[in-house]
Design a protein around this ligand. Structure first.
Ligand SMILES: NC(=O)c1ccc[n+]([C@@H]2O[C@H](COP(=O)([O-])OP(=O)(O)OC[C@H]3O[C@@H](n4cnc5c(N)ncnc54)[C@H](OP(=O)(O)O)[C@@H]3O)[C@@H](O)[C@H]2O)c1
Length: 302
């Protein structure tokens, strides 16, 4: 679906992107991509919860599209949100909704990097079944405050016809030194669970999000590579391509629950909608090899 549905298309003017999240992981990568692709862009300097500052950014930049890669994810992890509920609401709820509202008022498509960590395997979508959650499914995971507020915002954003909600999950990039990278995280943990999940390879999918803006796509999108991959699958690939001596220890979800505060979501998202729009989209395992492990390969002959 495009926006605006009736009048002149925003693509009538040359592309100029206004990006929130300059200092963040995804926002930083987006800026680099725009530079590489020769797309005119500027980072927003406003705070999401401050409407006037967002309006000033839009007036100064005059964007064709807005990208929201700003949000609080918690440091060192989402457990932070359990003890900082008001701060989490301020940015992820009040802020995200304010930005969507300003963009709507100005007739701008907002590409919003949201999360797919709002679902968990259930009896209708059992683990290993290949039956993933679809875009229209109602979130069923509210185990953490972070996920709970993200699910609430997703529901409210459905009413904004200018918003493209991208459900990102367990993002992975080719930069294996980045502590935010899911691969880097699990190679550094003392013990890891072993559960198949849908995941997002940023090197493949962030350029797709730019293309989605150019096509003025809106609505909800499961923004993951098709299929699932488990922690052990990834660590086996890591051993094969990066460090043949790498070893790890698994533990159960019950044991994991003792070392974290809020439960974590595990799920499969159905990626058919994205694959139909972008037929070249690789499965998660193919994408991991092509975009992450081959470019970083340190072992011979793998
Ligand atoms: N990383 C993940 O595991 C993951 C997974 C799924 C979805 N996502 C979603 O993707 C988005 C980006 O994630 P990320 O990993 O790139 O996050 P990140 O590295 O933590 O960066 C967050 C960015 O948001 C900015 N920010 C925070 N509060 C703000 C506010 N009130 N107003 C304006 N800017 C604000 C930060 O700037 P300051 O430093 O100036 O505050 C920073 O630039 C988030 O919404 C996140 O929920 C992330």
């Amino acid at each position: 679906m495009g926006f605006p549905a009736n009048g002149a298309s925003v693509t009538d003017k040359p592309f100029k992107f206004l990006i929130y999240g300059r200092t963040g992981w995804i926002g930083g990568l987006l800026g680099k991509l725009c530079q590489e692709q020769g797309i005119d862009f500027a980072y927003g300097s406003g705070r999401l919860e401050n409407r006037l500052s967002l309006e000033a950014d839009v007036a100064a930049v005059k964007p064709s599209h807005v990208f929201n890669a700003a949000g609080v994810t918690g440091r060192p992890n989402v457990d932070w949100c359990e003890s900082h509920k008001v701060e989490t609401i301020r940015t992820n709820v009040v802020g995200t909704l304010t930005l969507a509202d300003v963009c709507r008022e100005k007739g701008l498509v907002l590409i919003n990097y949201a999360t797919g960590c709002i679902f968990e395997y259930d009896s209708v979508h059992p683990i290993g079944s290949g039956i993933g959650f679809k875009e229209e499914d109602t979130p069923n995971f509210v185990g953490s405050f972070y996920s709970k507020t993200k699910a609430m915002v997703e529901e409210l954003l459905k009413n904004y016809e200018n918003v493209c909600t991208l459900r990102v999950r367990m993002p992975i990039s080719s930069d294996l030194s980045n502590p935010r990278n899911f691969i880097t995280k699990i190679t550094r943990y003392e013990k890891v669970v072993n559960i198949p999940n849908s995941m997002t390879i940023l090197d493949e999918l962030l350029p797709i999000s730019i293309e989605m803006a150019k096509r003025n796509l809106t609505g909800i999108w499961n923004f993951t590579n098709p299929g699932v991959v488990s922690h052990n699958d990834i660590l086996e690939m890591y051993r094969e391509h990066i460090n043949p001596n790498f070893t790890w220890k698994n533990f159960t979800l019950e044991e994991q629950a003792k070392v974290i505060i809020a439960p974590r979501s595990n799920n499969e998202l159905e990626a058919t909608k994205l694959k139909q729009e972008f037929p070249e989209l690789l499965s998660i395992k193919e994408s991991l090899i092509k975009y992450v492990f081959k470019p970083n390969q340190k072992t011979a002959g793998a």
